[in-house]
Design a protein around this ligand. Sequence first.
Ligand code: PLP
Length: 379
Amino acid sequence: MVSEFVKTVAPSATISLLEKENELKAKGKKIISFSLGEPDFTTPLPVLKYACDEMFSGKTHYTPSSGILELREKIAEKYKKDNNVEASYKNVLVTPTKFALYISYLTLLNPGDEILLPDPGWVSYIEMAHLVGARPVLYSLDDDFQINEDDLKNKINNRTKAILINTPSNPTGSILTINSLKVIRDLAIDKNLYIISDEIYEKLIFEGSHISIASMDDMFYRTITVNGFSKSHAMTGLRIGYLIASIDLIKYMDNVQQHTLTCAPSFSQYAAIKALDDNEDSKKMTDEFKKRRDLIYNGLKNISIFSVKKPNATFYIFPKYSFRNFNSMEMANFILDELNISVVPGIAFGPSGENHLRFSFSTSEENIKEGIERLQKLI
Ligand code: PLP
């Protein structure tokens, strides 16, 4: 029989929508897709060229399990320079971002332990908790998608082991303010909790700035910072990211990596080395996303069924809607059937996501304009 933990892992809530979208496309319908979870840009050429050259020169073998030393050093340097986090290469483990999160859960959580997760929050956080037999407990965000201190405090008990934060956030596109981070820090210290900080959208910021919680006083040793190259350099298929943690934790995490993944793919590690020198392409992509953000925000704002907050980061916008009492799954299905537009229903991101839709603006300006025109038909 299948393990009790694995049995509790739910399939993707949006699979049926995706199937329907593919069926409609096969019938020749022009679907405007606002559901993409990755940049629609190509991986920067210098990054690919560098990685290919390394491959052709024979670098196609195992690397050290924690990652190529040069890459670990560059990541530590980046975190020191850009994020004010006092990391050395010894604090870095190179691994795909999603796997970095999974290793973090495996390392911190015993079966029955509780981990606090943002609601709304990215879809895999809950299921990863199930995979390790831990209990996901959701904390809600306030109207500005910031930390709601009272709610968070109420959810902490003696089984709570860690709080996960995601800034900038998928699906809300918001950045946690210094005040929100201080609340988290004070609680973590007071209640002796670990923090997992998912910073994968850090490069895609339009206004405001990102603060790594590991840079705050007394936080480095209780924080696992997770980041990667999928979103910053359009490298989703290369499966490359990293985590930064105390040497005590890294020791155990490296053991997990040795006996599971062995090491991150060598090609992707070389690509990451080059990507760390390539802020230009990331910046160009962000500038492009900002134009599209303005376009979609202004478009949605003028459609009366939507109430929308301007996202300061990522390529997601997460409007609330009110339409015929439809829940978000019904709404996403309706929009797909009637307008041939695909979006992700808010419920996929937790109960607080209900009555919201996630639009990804990782699509062309033409598509955004046409999508908005079609959505106007809703009124
Ligand atoms: N964290 C968040 C918030 C994400 O949205 C994603 C991917 O969509 C990941 C982590 C995982 O990134 P990767 O695909 O690089 O493993």
